[in-house]
Design a protein around this ligand. Structure first.
Ligand code: OSB
Ligand code: MG
Length: 364
C-alpha cells in the first residue's frame, strides 16, 4: 500500500455536560482526525490527545506538529502495511497518540480494501460489548447521585467514579448506599501519593472492582507497595505506555488489571499485544476511553470484543458525550454496544456535518 496523501483536520465538538477529573474540567473536544489516501483507497484515524498536556505529556497541537514534521514524512512514498508503521516510526520517541492516529488510518484503509472488519482482524469473539460509564467529579453528592441514577436507568452495566483527595470515600459510600451492589470502580488519574495508602484502604469495604491509577505515571513500584496495603485490585491506565511497561508492571505486582487505551500505547497493534500478554498471564483487561467520536469508538468497540476484555469498558454510547456524532450514533441496547461488522471501521462518516464543524484542514 502506498500513501498518496495525508489530510489532517481539526473538528470542534461540545460535550453534552462538563466532565471533571482530578486534572481538570473538560467542556468540549478539539479533535485531530487523519484521513489517508492510498493507492488502495482511504482510511480514517482519530487522535485522542487532549487540548492540554494534563492527562499525559501529549496534546493536540503537538500531535499535529509531530505528524506533519516527523511522522508522515517517514511513511510517505513507500510501500508499506499498517503493521510496518510502528517500526518505521520507532526512531521518533514518544508521541504515542499521534502515532496511533496515523496507524489507525492505515489499518482502516488496509482492512477496507481487504473487506475485513476491525473486529475480524482483532479476532473478536463477541458481536456486542458490555458498557460502563465514567462519571466525573460533581459539585455535590446529590448531583452525583442524580447523574448515576440516570446512567443506570439507561442501562450502563458498570459505574466508574472519578475521584481526587476530598472527593473519594464519601461519593463511593453514597453510591453504594443508594444503588446497592452495582458494579463500581474509581479512577484517580494520578492524584494520590503513597502516603495516602491508609486513606485509600478505606475504600476496601465498598468492594470496588478496582482502583484506577491512584499515583503518578512513573511510580510503578509505588503501586506495587500500595497493593500490599489496599485490598481492592489496582488497575493501571497512565503508567501503561507499551507492551513492555505492561509486562513489567504485572511482573512487579503493580496491577492486577489493565486499562487498554490504544492511543496511549501507540496504536491498536500494540494494544492487541497487551491484550495477548495479559491473557497469557491471567490479567483481565478492559477498554478505556478518551471521549472519542464515532470513529475512535468504532475501533475501541471492535477491540473490546476480544476474549480477554472481560470487564465492561468506558465505551459509552455517543449520546453520553455528544448531541450529534460524526458517524451514525452508537446506541446503548441492554447495556451493550454493537460491534461494527462492515469493512474497516465499519461506520459511515457524515461528511456534511464533519465539514460544518471543521476548524482547520491541512496536508501533512
Ligand atoms: O482516565 O480514563 C481516563 C477521559 C479523558 C482522559 C482520561 C480518562 C477519561 C475517562 C473517560 O475516564 C472515558 C470515556 O468515557 O471516554
Ligand atoms: Mg483513567
Amino acid at each position: 500500500m502506498k500513501i498518496e496523501k495525508v489530510e489532517l483536520r481539526r473538528i470542534h465538538m461540545d460535550l453534552v455536560a462538563p466532565f471533571e477529573t482530578s486534572f481538570g474540567v473538560q467542556t468540549e473536544r478539539d479533535v485531530l482526525l487523519v484521513n489517508v489516501l492510498t493507492d488502495r483507497g482511504e482510511g480514517w484515524g482519530e487522535c485522542v490527545a487532549g487540548e492540554e498536556p494534563t492527562y499525559s505529556s501529549e496534546y493536540v497541537d503537538g500531535a499535529q506538529h509531530v505528524l506533519i514534521h516527523h511522522l508522515v514524512p517517514r511513511l510517505a512514498r513507500r510501500d508499506l502495511a499498517a503493521k510496518d508503521v510502528a517500526t518505521l516510526l520507532r526512531p521518533v520517541h514518544g508521541h504515542h497518540m499521534a502515532k496511533a492516529a496515523i496507524e489507525m488510518a492505515l489499518l482502516d484503509a488496509e482492512l477496507r480494501a481487504q473487506g475485513e472488519s476491525f473486529a475480524q482482524f482483532f479476532g473478536a469473539t463477541r458481536t456486542e460489548v458490555d458498557c460502563g460509564v465514567s462519571v466525573g467529579i460533581h459539585r455535590s453528592i446529590a448531583e452525583l447521585l442524580a447523574t448515576v441514577d440516570a446512567y443506570l436507568e439507561q442501562g450502563y452495566r458498570r459505574i466508574k467514579l472519578k475521584i481526587k483527595p476530598g472527593w473519594d470515600v464519601e461519593p463511593v459510600r453514597a453510591v453504594r448506599e443508594k444503588f446497592g451492589d452495582v458494579p463500581l470502580q474509581v479512577d484517580a488519574n494520578t492524584a494520590y501519593s503513597l502516603s495516602d495508602a491508609e486513606h485509600l484502604a478505606e475504600l476496601d469495604p465498598f468492594e470496588l472492582l478496582l482502583i484506577e491509577q491512584p499515583m503518578p505515571e512513573e511510580q510503578v513500584l509505588a503501586h506495587a507497595t500500595l497493593a500490599k496495603v489496599v485490598k481492592t485490585p489496582i488497575c493501571l491506565d497512565e503508567s501503561i505506555t507499551s507492551a513492555q511497561t505492561a509486562a513489567d508492571a504485572i511482573e512487579l505486582g503493580a496491577c492486577r488489571i489493565i486499562n487498554v487505551k490504544p492511543g496511549r500505547v501507540g496504536g491498536y497493534l500494540e494494544a492487541r499485544t497487551i491484550h495477548d500478554l495479559c491473557a497469557e498471564r491471567g490479567v483481565p483487561v478492559w477498554m478505556g476511553g478518551m471521549l472519542e467520536t464515532g470513529l475512535g469508538r468504532a475501533a475501541n468497540v471492535a477491540m473490546a470484543a476480544m476474549p480477554n476484555f472481560t470487564l465492561p469498558g468506558d465505551t459509552s454510547a455517543s449520546d453520553r458525550y455528544y448531541h450529534r456524532d460524526i458517524t451514525e450514533p452508537f446506541v446503548l441496547r441492554d447495556g451493550r454496544l454493537k460491534v461494527p461488522a462492515g469493512p474497516g471501521l465499519g461506520v459511515r462518516l457524515d461528511r456534511e456535518y464533519l465539514d460544518s464543524i471543521t476548524s482547520w484542514k491541512g496536508e501533512a
